[in-house]
Design a binder for this molecule. Structure first.
Ligand SMILES: NC(=O)c1ccc[n+]([C@@H]2O[C@H](COP(=O)([O-])OP(=O)(O)OC[C@H]3O[C@@H](n4cnc5c(N)ncnc54)[C@H](OP(=O)(O)O)[C@@H]3O)[C@@H](O)[C@H]2O)c1
Length: 242
C-alpha cells in the first residue's frame, strides 16, 4: 500500500516524536498537516523542511484539551487536503503525579489532553477516513501494561488509549483500521542526567534508549499494513519482557 500523495494529520507534530513522525510521512510522499499547540516556530521549521524536500505540508494550531479545537483542527486539515487517509494521534502531556498531590485539575488535564482529545479528533475524522479507507495510529505507552511509580493519571490515560484503540477498531471496521503504538523509553526529558538515562536503559532487554525514528518507522508500517487492525504494537526494546 503506497502512501504517496495521500493525506495525513499528525497531532503534536512540531517537536520530538511527533516531528519525527511528520518528517517520515512527508518523506514517504504524504501531504502532512502538522498540528501544534505552543510550538509555532518549531512547526514552521518542520513545514519548511518538508517543503524543501518537495512535500506538501501545512501547520494547524489548536489546544486539544478543548473539544472544539479537536474538531476545528480536523476540519482545517480536511479543508486543506480535501480528504484524509491517516490520522496520527500523538499529542500528549506527561509528568510526575505522586499520590497525595494529584488535584482534580491535574487529573482532568492529563485525561483530557491524552485521551479525550484522541476520541474527539478521531470521531471528527471518521467520515473522511471511512471514505478513503484510511487508518488511525494512536500513540499509547508501554507503561499502561507495565506501570512505573508516581504517574497514575498519565498511565490511566494511556490505558484508556489502549481501550480506545480496540473499541474504535470495532466501531470503524471494516472501512477504517485503528492501531496503536506503545513506545518504551525512546526520548527522555531534555533535563535528565546521563545516570537517569542509564538507569532507564537498564529496564529494557536491549539495554538502550530507543529513538524517535523507531516510532516513526512503526507508524509507517501500521499506515501500510492493510490486514492489521486493533493491534497495540510495543516498540520498547523489550521493556515488557524484562
Ligand atoms: N518520549 C517517550 O519516550 C515516550 C514514551 C512513551 C510514550 N510516549 C508518547 O508519545 C507521544 C509523544 O511523546 P513526546 O515525548 O514527543 O511528547 P512531548 O515532548 O511531551 O510532546 C508533546 C506534544 O503534545 C503537544 N501537546 C501538549 N499539550 C497539548 C494540548 N493541550 N493541545 C495540543 N497539543 C498538545 C505538544 O505540542 P506543542 O509543543 O506545540 O505545545 C507536543 O508536540 C505522547 O503521546 C507520549 O505520551 C512518549
Amino acid at each position: 500500500m503506497s502512501l504517496h500523495g495521500k493525506a495525513a494529520l499528525v497531532t503534536g507534530g512540531a517537536r520530538r516524536l511527533g516531528r519525527a513522525i511528520a518528517l517520515a510521512l512527508g518523506r514517504a510522499g504524504m501531504r502532512v498537516a502538522i498540528h501544534y499547540h505552543t510550538s509555532a516556530s518549531a512547526a514552521e521549521e518542520v513545514v519548511k523542511e518538508l517543503r524543501a524536500a518537495g512535500a506538501s505540508c501545512v501547520a494547524i494550531p489548536g489546544d486539544l484539551s478543548r473539544t472544539a479545537d479537536c474538531e476545528r483542527v480536523v476540519d482545517e486539515a480536511l479543508s486543506r487536503w480535501g480528504s484524509l487517509d491517516l490520522l496520527v494521534n500523538n499529542a500528549g502531556i506527561w509528568g510526575p503525579t505522586p499520590i497525595g498531590h494529584v488535584t482534580e485539575g491535574c487529573w482532568d488535564d492529563l485525561i483530557n489532553t491524552n485521551l479525550r482529545s484522541m476520541f474527539f479528533v478521531a470521531q471528527r475524522a471518521a467520515d473522511a477516513l471511512r471514505a478513503s479507507r484510511g487508518s488511525i495510529v494512536n500513540i499509547a505507552d508501554v507503561g499502561a501494561r507495565r506501570p512505573w511509580r508516581n504517574h497514575t493519571p498519565y498511565l490511566v490515560s494511556k490505558g484508556g488509549v489502549v481501550a480506545l484503540t480496540r473499541a474504535l477498531a470495532k466501531d470503524l471496521a471494516p472501512e477504517v483500521r485503528v492501531n496503536a503504538i506503545a513506545p518504551g523509553p525512546v526520548l527522555l526529558p531534555d533535563d535528565w542526567s546521563a545516570e537517569q538515562a542509564e538507569q532507564v536503559a537498564r529496564t529494557t532487554l536491549l539495554r538502550r534508549i530507543g529513538s524517535p525514528d523507531d516510532i516513526a518507522g512503526a507508524v509507517l508500517y501500521l499506515a501500510q499494513a492493510g490486514y492489521v487492525t486493533g493491534v497495540i504494537l510495543p516498540v520498547d526494546g523489550g521493556y515488557l519482557l524484562h
